[in-house]
Ligand binder design. Structure first.
Ligand SMILES: [Zn+2]
Length: 69
């Protein structure tokens, strides 16, 4: 069996706070991205990695325990 990793980025609009996702792209800090919900032009300020995001989740098996408090 082969296993493939998909890069799926989740975006939250600064104006309407709604979420959307885009796979197989690589956003960069400073990129401008239009919200598909309200059309607001957002600027990418921070790209949070999975391990950083997992700090505040309740995953049963943390991806890296040293990052989970
Ligand atoms: Zn929006």
């Amino acid at each position: 069996m082969k296993v493939a990793l998909e890069f799926l980025y989740h975006f939250r609009c600064d104006r309407c706070n709604q979420w959307w996702s885009i796979a197989d792209i690589e956003p960069k800090i400073g990129n401008s991205i239009h919200c598909p919900h309200c059309g607001y032009l957002n600027t990418v300020e921070l790209i949070q990695t999975f391990r950083e995001a997992a700090k505040s989740t309740c995953l049963e098996i943390p991806p890296d325990p040293k990052f989970c408090n």
